[in-house]
Design a binder for this molecule. Structure first.
Ligand code: MLT
Length: 317
């Protein structure tokens, strides 16, 4: 009877009188939240107009929100939107309440988002060369914001400190929305954050921007003059933040198919694409939105960033 009940539920998924919740494991107003809200908007129509809401369950570098979805009912009504943290947590945390490979169904990659190295508005340096001189002169006194152990900003920060061989004091927040607020207020000195959060602040001259973390310069008008860290002397420095969508393990196949179809439709939605590209992000194409590809990619990124984190050693604070 239970299997039959699940069968019926799967067939009429999503039912009109229910709500689909996308759990975002970072604070509202940050880059992960931004992608989630835009995606929820774009998925509503392909899911027959069902309501799709965001639940910000932030903290502990996304492990709190991720664990919440790992133990949620596998009925398609609770999903997780997370990014590269899915590939860093297995190395960053000795004890996790979930297994990234086995406790989730993979629904597809959403986008790739570049990062920018930014500073408080009072920073005197006006280019990357002067910023690196300032860093060299202020060793031991630099506060570097992040969104918790294993977050994208934390990963970028440890890669940056390791490349410079400079220790900075990590200042963790529940997301880079509160982190960038403190940067604008001058409470912290530096932050490596995603363009989906920093583009408007850079355009509004609320922060000072010095470089991008991608292998190639960006074309977004507000960011196109920023050098890459690679061309600024940090050979081969490159990090891009991909976001993916997940359901709890055991969600019925017909439900997963409907969710994956709706995700693919959303990623082709011109409004969604326009919003993403306006913030420097690149929307994933169908190949990367295949669940098997998504899972294979996350597992290979877990290997890659595992080695990066171990090489960064003590900088992983
Ligand atoms: C991160 O640093 O992982 C994200 O930018 C956090 C967030 O989305 O707030």
């Amino acid at each position: 009877a239970a299997a039959a009940a699940v069968g019926v539920q799967a067939q009429d998924f999503p039912s009109k009188d229910k709500t689909i919740t996308i759990v975002v494991p970072y604070a509202a107003g940050g880059p992960t939240d931004r992608v989630a809200r835009d995606l929820a908007e774009a998925m509503r129509k392909p899911l027959g107009g069902v309501s799709v809401v965001i639940d910000n369950s932030a903290g502990a570098g996304s492990t709190i929100g991720t664990a919440k979805v790992a133990r949620a009912a596998p009925d398609g009504y609770t999903l997780l939107l997370n990014h590269v943290s899915m590939a860093t947590m297995p190395t960053m945390y000795r004890k996790l309440a979930f297994n990234v490979a086995n406790d989730f169904e993979y629904l597809g990659i959403i986008n790739d988002v570049p990062m920018t190295l930014i500073a408080r508005p009072s920073m005197a340096a006006n280019n990357y060369k002067d910023l690196s001189a300032w860093i060299a002169q202020n060793k031991g006194k630099i506060n570097l914001g992040n969104a918790g152990q294993g977050s994208a900003s934390h990963l970028c920060g440890l890669m940056y400190q390791s490349a410079l061989q400079v220790d900075m004091t990590p200042v963790p927040y529940k997301g880079t929305a509160p982190a960038i607020t403190d940067l604008i207020g001058g409470q912290i000195d530096l932050l490596c954050d995603q363009t989906t959060n920093t583009t408007s602040q850079i355009e509004g001259k609320k922060v000072k921007a010095y470089a991008v973390t991608t292998a190639k310069r960006l074309t977004t008008p507000a960011l196109k003059d920023l050098p890459t860290l690679a061309e600024s002397g940090l050979k081969d420095f490159s990090v891009t933040i991909w976001h993916g969508l997940y359901a709890p393990k055991g969600t019925p196949a017909p439900v997963l198919k409907k969710l994956n179809d709706a995700l693919k439709a959303a990623l082709k939605d011109p409004d969604f694409i326009k919003k993403e590209e306006g913030l420097g992000a690149v929307v994933a194409t169908d190949a990367r939105v295949e669940p098997a590809e998504h899972k294979k990619f996350v597992l290979s990124e877990t290997e890659k960033f595992g080695a990066v984190i171990k090489a960064a050693g003590s900088y992983a604070d």
